[in-house]
Design a protein around this ligand. Structure first.
Ligand code: GTP
Ligand code: MG
Length: 136
C-alpha cells in the first residue's frame, strides 16, 4: 500500500480547516496512519523545500510555513500520492477547480507567497523522503 505525506499548512490550521481536510481524505477512502501537530523548525523546512531554494518565493514560503503550527499526516491507500494531489487541486488557489480543497477554500490574498492550505508529496521518491523528515 502506498503512503504519502499531507501537510495542513499554517493557513489551514489557523482557519480551522483541519477537520474538513481530514474529512475529505477519509471520505475518499484513504487511511490515516499517523498524525502530529508540529511547529516546524527552519532546518526541517529547508530540507522539505530544498528543490525550491533560490526561487523568488522560497524565503516567503519558508517564513509562512514557520508562522504557525502545521498538521502532518501520514496517509495510506492505493495511488494515494496522485489521488491526494487531485483532492488538493492545482497550486494556484485562484484557478484551482471547485470541488478541490484549494478550489473550495483557497484564494489569492495578495501576499508574497501562495497560501494554498495543504501540501501533498508529488512522487513516490518525494513521499519516502518527506515522510522520513516529518515522522522520524
Ligand atoms: P506543495 O504541495 O506545497 O509542494 O505545493 P505544490 O506541489 O502544488 O507546489 P510547489 O511544490 O511547486 O510549490 C511549493 C509551494 O510554494 C506552493 O504550494 C506555494 O505555496 C508556493 N509557490 C509555488 N509556486 C509559486 C509561485 O509561482 N508564486 C508564489 N508566490 N508562490 C509559489
Ligand atoms: Mg510540491
Amino acid at each position: 500500500i502506498e503512503e504519502t505525506l499531507v501537510l495542513v499548512k499554517p493557513d489551514g490550521v489557523a482557519r480551522s480547516l483541519t477537520g474538513e481536510i481530514l474529512r475529505r481524505i477519509e471520505a475518499k477512502g484513504y487511511s490515516l496512519v499517523d498524525i502530529r501537530l508540529v511547529q516546524a523548525e527552519r532546518s526541517l523546512l529547508a530540507e522539505h523545500y530544498a528543490e525550491h531554494e533560490g526561487k523568488p518565493f522560497y524565503e516567503p514560503l519558508v517564513e509562512f510555513m514557520e508562522s504557525g503550527p502545521i498538521v502532518a499526516i501520514r496517509v495510506a491507500g492505493n495511488r494515494v500520492i496522485e489521488g491526494f494531489r487531485v483532492l488538493a487541486g492545482t497550486t494556484d488557489p485562484t484557478t484551482a477547480a471547485p470541488g478541490t480543497i484549494r478550489g473550495d477554500f483557497g484564494r489569492d490574498w495578495g501576499l508574497r507567497v501562495q497560501q494554498n492550505l495543504v501540501h501533498g508529496s508529488d512522487s513516490p521518491e518525494s513521499a519516502e523522503r518527506e515522510l522520513k523528515l516529518w515522522f522520524s
